[in-house]
Design a protein around this ligand. Sequence first.
Ligand SMILES: Cc1cc2nc3c(=O)[nH]c(=O)nc-3n(C[C@H](O)[C@H](O)[C@H](O)COP(=O)(O)O)c2cc1C
Length: 386
Amino acid sequence: MKRNVLLGITGGIAAYKSAYLVRELRKKNFNVKVIMSPYAKEFVSPMTFETLSGNRVYIGWEEEPLAHIKLARWADIFLIAPCTVNTLSKLACGIADNLLLTTALAHDRPILIAPAANTVMYKNPAVQENIKRLKGMGHIIVEPERGVLACEEVGEGKLADTERLIDWIFYSLEDKPLRGKRVLITCGATREYIDPVRFISNDASGEMGFSLARIARWWGADVKVIAGFTTAKEPPEVELIKTLSVEEMHRAVMDNLGWAQLIIMNAAVSDFVPKETATRKIKKRESLTLELIKGKDILKDLGKRKGNRFLVGFALETDNLIENAKRKLLDKNLDMIVANPTGAIGRGGEYEGVVITKTAEERISARTKMEGARKILKLVCDNISL
Ligand SMILES: Cc1cc2nc3c(=O)[nH]c(=O)nc-3n(C[C@H](O)[C@H](O)[C@H](O)COP(=O)(O)O)c2cc1C
């Protein structure tokens, strides 16, 4: 089902970025309608938004009777981006002296507010007080980013980037079956160095783990990700702890075990590590024999210490997929295991897997890893009682 995004645009220099935002929202299959503050049209022509959204743009009350009520009811989500400090402060005080502000008052759900302004303006105590008030009313402030601003000063005040804004839209639209739960996810590939420049690793991209993290956040969880080497896009608004070797990942996981309630171990961890790492680059020679020894077994150690936490593992197998995954489930004291054929490693493409618990087995087939992650997490939610 297509969802309706009402985009409010105010008179800040970042208004030009909203054109790209409308385009991306349409690509993500949202219906988009735009309301501009009267001053916003000094920055970008309404015709730009009309063309990109495929809908007329609203600015004044005179254009349609009761436009503010109709738009407020139409919107599944109301995002104001960029939001000037002027509009933000008026919102905090319940002022309704233009169509955008009146619609905001008539909208009975939390509004996503993405401020953008010069750092000093943004940090002004009056503005910060108004932000606090808006948060207290249940609205979501999508914090601006640090960077070079239009005024050429460096600081906090840049409009949140498009990907973050869209991520918050999904967050706002999703149910919250994991509300308040603390979820720890590992992902990516570990690297074991043979010498200072060469290493043993694998094809894992981190895409499944990052997708699980995105969705867990949308569903209300507090999420930490411990990542090895990754090539997939990192999810916004989650704490990311970067590691590389099995040893480092093991340490990071154990350090965060006390915090976590649900642990999803998606990282592709080396089973073997070099017995020794050369301190200098190994020179070319006729042949080279490497001695590998068993690395730390993070999953097994977690299984021993997990207590009443819900522990999910992943198994990638070339042979006897289900049989081997079931053995791993029992051996490592897991609550659930996701069995993947080797095609599941790396980025992109369709996703096939089997989710196995001690009592059930469910095949998953999805067009993307994001869709696969959603199905896996749904099964986790059906099975947890944290
Ligand atoms: C060139 C220019 C750039 C501006 N950029 C910003 C900005 O980035 N953020 C902001 O809060 N105000 C900015 N302002 C000030 C707002 O335009 C002004 O407060 C205006 O009253 C906002 O009206 P509105 O909130 O109804 O759109 C800028 C003004 C000018 C002239």
